[in-house]
Design a protein around this ligand. Structure first.
Ligand SMILES: Nc1ncnc2c1ncn2[C@@H]1O[C@H](COP(=O)(O)OP(=O)(O)O)[C@@H](O)[C@H]1O
Ligand SMILES: [Mg+2]
Length: 393
């Protein structure tokens, strides 16, 4: 580290010479001593020193000088560098000047001329010690402030994680307690009726009941599928294995799977994803996302409606859209989608129930694959759910 500088200002060369010699001797050459014969020169030297990256912990200025006086000079220094210690040399003590320097330049001491060498050195040593201590305290404070800010950030992050964890746990329990229990009541109730009255029921009635049983087992299986995948991803047991996948193939597969369901509601499924649209993503997660979005589209679309799937490349991402001509979503409900901390689920156009888990799962899987997911909708006209995935290069 380069030496620190003590700057001495006096209009009398004899005084400057004496100061320099005594300081160098008294401080064992630990500091560089710079001298100036007036305020202007002192300011120039000071600026040069600072530009060179040198530290000036101490400034000693004569009080009575032609031009700018000592107290005004020290005040200027104080504006540049408040941490430097300032000492005023006074011939004829002027209480007013000293008071001025104390108030405006945070004067450390004043020394009357002529001075005793021992006194001078003692005062300078004390001033420099105090400068060093303040500097240490300042940097420790800075460190503390930084530590504190980091800690606060960590606490915020943990709080967020805990809240999310809590919401996840609540969601699990509520799904198991309600959404998974209800279909069992239906299954048990209707099978009991069938068992007890099979001989009395008409073929149509039996047909109707079996239809209900089938529909109930189908939807609860879909829920179970989501729940299992979600629990796997929550316990960290779901590995992300990205590979090149054909989106047109995945959409085609899902349409085949859900076509019966759509046909029953009189809804048409259209695949407009160009062949040869390849994304780089986990195939199972992407399947789950597409399955959920098409299921939802069917669920919230009335008879004679249609659902179309599209994909367009934009930069290094592919944007997939699943649009329906269904009932749409109220603007105030749009921001409730995809959120674990908000319980949002409405019944379908054929009174299908739900849990509000599907979109949460979709979001989690899409984010894991480096994409984004969102919804656009107009009430009464339809909705479009869009997600992006990295393009396969
Ligand atoms: N295509 C859509 N059209 C209208 N509303 C939708 C659509 N998709 C999702 N929603 C709304 O978002 C909610 C959450 O969807 P989701 O997470 O799949 O849960 P669930 O289907 O179990 O209710 C739905 O209950 C519904 O209100
Ligand atoms: Mg759903």
């Amino acid at each position: 580290m380069s030496k620190q500088v003590i700057l001495c200002v006096d209009d009398e060369v004899i005084v400057l010479d004496a100061l320099k010699e005594q300081i160098q001797q008294g401080m064992q050459d630990e500091y560089l001593v710079e001298v100036a014969e007036g305020a202007e020169e002192a300011l120039e030297i000071f600026n040069e020193l600072i530009e060179e990256g040198l530290e000036v912990p101490l400034i000693i200025a004569d009080f009575i000088m032609p031009g700018m006086k000592g107290d005004a000079l020290l005040q200027k220094f104080h504006e540049y560098n408040a941490s430097s210690k300032k000492i005023l040399l006074t011939g004829q003590a002027s209480i007013e000047g000293i008071g001025n320097a104390i108030n405006k330049a945070d004067l450390y001491r004043f020394i009357s001329k002529p001075w005793e060498k021992e006194d001078l050195i003692l005062t300078l040593k004390e001033a420099l010690k105090s400068y060093d201590q303040e500097k240490t305290i300042f940097s420790q404070n800075e460190e503390l402030r930084e530590l504190n800010a980091n800690l606060e950030k960590k606490v915020d992050q943990r709080t967020r994680e805990l809240k999310e964890l809590n919401a996840t746990k609540d969601k699990f329990f509520s799904i198991i307690a309600h959404d998974l229990k209800n279909p069992f009541n239906t299954l048990m109730g209707f099978t009991e009726l069938l068992l007890g009255n099979l001989d009395d029921y008409s073929t149509e009635k039996i047909h109707e009941f079996i239809g209900i049983l089938h529909e109930t087992s189908r939807t609860s299986y879909a829920l179970l599928e989501n729940l299992l995948e979600w629990s796997r991803s929550q316990t960290g047991n779901l590995l992300l294995e990205p590979e090149t996948i054909s989106l047109s193939m995945l959409v085609k597969e899902n349409i085949l799977l859900l076509n019966n369901n759509a046909a029953r509601k009189g809804v048409q499924l259209i695949n407009n994803v160009p062949e040869g649209t390849f994304a780089y993503a986990d195939i199972n997660m992407t399947k789950t996302v597409i399955r959920n979005l098409i299921s939802n589209a069917i669920k919230y679309t009335e008879e004679e409606g249609s659902i179309s799937c599209t994909a367009t490349k934009s930069g290094d991402m592919i944007e997939v859209g699943i649009s329906d001509t269904g009932i749409g979503i109220k603007p105030e409900n749009l921001q409730k989608l995809f959120r674990i901390d908000v319980n949002f689920s409405t019944r379908g156009t054929a009174d299908e129930g739900g849990t509000g888990l599907g979109l949460i799962l979709c979001r989690e899987f899409i984010l894991k694959n480096g994409g984004d997911i969102w919804a656009e909708s107009e009430l009464g006209k339809g909705s479009t759910f869009k997600f992006t995935l990295p393009v396969s290069s």
